[in-house]
Design a protein around this ligand. Structure first.
Ligand SMILES: NC(=O)c1ccc[n+]([C@@H]2O[C@H](COP(=O)([O-])OP(=O)(O)OC[C@H]3O[C@@H](n4cnc5c(N)ncnc54)[C@H](O)[C@@H]3O)[C@@H](O)[C@H]2O)c1
Length: 434
């Protein structure tokens, strides 16, 4: 293992855990010591959780040795290079390795975005060079992308694919392009999240919450950048940008600023968020953490809610309000459509009853709170009107003009549009309530 940082430490644990002897090499002695300390700590946790016996832990740790010299790799069957994402550093390592290892030793790079093909072509035996792209944290993430260049020998690919399977991973075969599959799709998104944060469009907590709660991702993009390492993410994006020339990959300036300030994420104890200690994943309060309870002005009370529309969103939103105890007027273009939407709510509630999440009585009461109607006159008494009609500016404008006439002054009119350009701000005097 060449490079004992975030990835090298994780991959060393996986390999040693699967019975392989690991020679860990890092230019920094202090980093090698940190790697060993991290392995000791994580295997101690595994013993506490009953995943390893004390004896297995001792054997695992004994399989890992460290050195600051590449020559220590002389007897390796496989070298996994996970040094920093710099072509010059990696090329230098591969060149030196050519003079150290046996000719049949497979050389794998852990790069995210640099050209595996170029690294291979610049080395003495291009056929034994490939990419072995683990994901962070390596012990937990199952995917390994096995990257072939046009020069790679099939036997080398088979060797590392079999090894990945033996490690309990899911290898996928990919060709050489910046980011391969997963990061090729992921990094543009992470970069845009950083830019959105930088533009103060939303707070870091809200950006992360949006992707977790709105898109069902296990982690928000800024927390993920901290996990990956802000510096690593920046160099990966730079490499991708150099290859793709796609502005999507031009690193957001905040990534450079944080990197240069040493705020590289979890490994430094601070990045977008602040952590309990370097290496910890526990976020602690800092100057940017929102105050508990938020800092909003006192709101108007909302008791009755009107929902406009008869589609999936309208019925879903009406169901949420009714379940929470609000009286809901569900209005559509015709009574028939409104009743159809209410019937959909009834079915959804019945499914909840079947699954034991709701009692039959609660479901009946919830449905009773929804009044379906074919016009908007009944919105006269609502405190909040939520529209979920077609995503069409003219349709929404017309509806807002109607709501402006019908709703009482002080009622809040909310649109569920997902495109800000079609936001149907109504004419004054009630613009402030929208
Ligand atoms: N962090 C991630 O989420 C992630 C995921 C997949 C792949 N990668 C890739 O893995 C590689 C390593 O990333 P990382 O996050 O572990 O970086 P890192 O900065 O945490 O670790 C890099 C390590 O390499 C050492 N090093 C520097 N020059 C060296 C040399 N000449 N020889 C040996 N060691 C040297 C450094 O001292 C450091 O310990 C990069 O190519 C990165 O793109 C990272």
């Amino acid at each position: 293992m060449v490079g004992l940082g975030t990835m090298g430490t994780g991959i060393a644990e996986v390999l040693a855990g699967a019975g392989r002897a690991v020679i860990g090499i890092d230019v920094s002695e202090a980093q090698a010591a940190r790697c060993v300390a991290a392995l000791e700590a994580s295997t101690a946790r595994a013993v506490e959780r009953g995943r390893l016996t004390g004896e297995q832990r001792a054997e695992l740790l004994a399989r890992v040795t460290t050195s600051t010299r590449l020559a220590a790799a002389a007897d390796a069957d496989l070298v996994v290079e996970v040094a920093p994402e710099s072509y010059e550093i990696k090329q230098q390592i591969f060149r030196e390795l050519d003079g150290i290892v046996r000719p049949e030793t497979v050389l794998a790079t852990g790069t995210n975005a640099l050209s595996v093909t170029r690294l291979a072509a610049d080395s003495a035996h291009p056929e034994r060079v490939l990419g072995m792209h683990f994901f962070n944290p390596a012990p937990a993430m199952r995917l390994v992308e096995i990257v072939s260049s046009v020069l790679t020998a099939p036997a080398a690919v088979t060797a590392v694919t079999d090894l990945a399977l033996h490690l309990g991973k899911e290898p996928v075969a990919v060709g050489d392009r910046p980011g391969f599959v997963a990061d090729g799709l992921l990094f543009g998104y992470l970069n845009q999240a950083a830019a959105m944060y930088e533009a103060r469009y939303a707070s870091r907590e809200d950006i992360d919450a949006a992707m977790k709660l709105g898109c069902g991702l296990p982690m928000g993009p800024l927390a993920l950048l901290d996990l990956i390492g802000v510096d690593t993410a920046r160099t990966v994006l730079e490499a991708m940008y150099a290859e793709s020339r796609d502005r999507l990959h031009a690193p957001a300036p905040v990534l450079k600023q944080l990197s240069e300030a040493g705020l590289t994420g979890r490994k430094a104890g601070r990045g977008f968020y602040t952590y309990e200690a370097p290496g910890s994943g526990t976020v602690v309060r800092d100057a940017l953490t929102p105050l508990p309870g938020g800092s909003f002005a006192v709101g108007r009370p909302v008791r009755a809610v009107g929902v406009a529309g008869s589609g999936t969103m309208a019925s879903g939103i009406a169901e949420v309000f009714a379940k929470a105890g609000y009286e809901v007027v569900l209005a559509a273009r015709s009574e028939e459509k409104a009743l159809g939407a209410k019937a959909r709510i009834g079915k959804s509630l019945a499914r909840s009853v079947d699954k034991g999440r709701l009692t039959g009585e609660a479901a009946a009461l919830t449905l009773e709170r929804v009044r379906a109607t074919g016009g908007y006159d009944d919105f006269a008494d609502v405190d909040l009107a939520v529209e979920a009609v077609a995503e069409d500016l003219d349709v929404k404008r017309q509806l807002f003009a109607t709501l402006d006439k019908v709703c009482k002054p002080g009622a809040v009119l909310a649109t569920t549009t997902s495109s800000s350009r079609s936001s149907p701000a109504p004419a004054p005097p009630h613009a402030r309530r929208t």
